[in-house]
Write a protein of this length. Structure first.
Length: 300
């Protein structure tokens, strides 16, 4: 029978004796153990549990206090849980900086950002990761201001994998685009606009991915002839796509000022322009086996 013994909060009283020298009258007080600084306080075990529940498992403050009361027979305050989190943040600061340094030195980084509520307001959770390292940064902005404040991408010498969020291109590193996003967009265009080039482009990207997977372990790159064939097919499908999605002509200057300029481009045309202008970034996984097909590392 494997079981868990009943757990209860353990209270330890520390008493410092005061001795007075019978000859000189000097009073000497015993030293308390390291970390014992208050007349009443919680120990590292309670703080560790509280921080673990809230930061690793995302359990709300009130429910964390409830867990302590029901499992340990002692209810802690929500303020204590917050204070434990703040102490944890200070203690892990050196590790956080070490992670940032290692990420900055990595060959390939995965990047993403997701909305998160902070005191009722929209903020952004920026993730920078590899398969072994992860850094999270919360900031009120989504773009370059936040990325500069986090401080990993500045002068980053490797390749950044992302979903084409434009502020990433401010940084002079190499880039690679997430093809999982492209497959979703191509599927939408195929279903919504009934354009064959979209399904053919999706199939081409999958075929390249399969070829790369079959070659890994036996070689560090595809044969030049195979790369040339894939690129030629890629360009042919772009031509076919542009043929059915011409760029709309500018509106005439006469009339209302609100109607001047170029009409809004359609989703198929916008994707075609991206696939054309960022072809090296879309196909980076084909020529550099260190680059993944998608950005799922950061998405997860």
């Amino acid at each position: 029978v494997f079981d868990i013994p009943a757990l209860r909060i353990e209270v330890t009283a520390h008493r410092a004796e005061i001795k007075v020298c019978p000859r000189c009258g000097q009073a000497s007080k015993g030293a308390f153990p390291s970390g014992v600084t208050q007349s009443t306080q919680y120990g590292s075990g309670v703080k560790t549990w509280a921080s673990y529940f809230t930061h690793q498992h995302f359990i709300p403050l009130e429910r964390t206090a409830q867990l302590f009361e029901e499992l340990l027979g002692h209810r802690i305050s929500e303020a204590m849980v917050l204070k434990a989190g703040e102490e944890l943040d200070r203690r892990v600061a050196p590790s956080t900086e070490a992670i940032k340094e290692q990420l900055h030195s990595s060959e390939v980084l995965h990047l993403d950002e997701s909305g998160v509520r902070v005191v009722g307001k929209l903020h952004w959770l920026h993730v920078t990761s590899t398969d072994r390292l992860t850094h999270y940064g919360v900031h009120g902005k989504r773009g370059q201001e936040a990325m500069d404040a986090i401080g990993i991408l500045e002068d980053f010498p490797g390749r950044a994998v992302h979903d084409h969020w434009k502020p990433y291109f401010h940084y002079a590193c190499d880039h690679a685009l997430c093809n999982a996003h492209h497959l979703r967009e191509l599927h939408y265009i195929e279903k919504q606009y009934q354009q064959p080039w979209a399904s053919q482009m999706a199939q081409l990207l999958r075929s390249i991915k399969k070829a790369v997977e079959e070659t890994k372990g036996m070689a560090d790159h595809l044969p030049a002839s195979q790369i040339e064939t894939f690129e030629r097919k890629y360009d042919e499908l772009l031509v076919a796509g542009f043929a059915v999605n011409p760029d709309p002509p500018p509106r005439p200057l006469a009339g209302s000022p609100k109607k001047r300029g170029r009409p809004k481009r359609t989703p198929p045309l916008n994707l075609l322009i991206r696939l054309q202008d960022f072809k090296p970034q879309v196909l980076a996984f084909m020529v550099d086996f260190r680059v993944p097909f998608d950005n799922n590392q950061a998405e997860r």
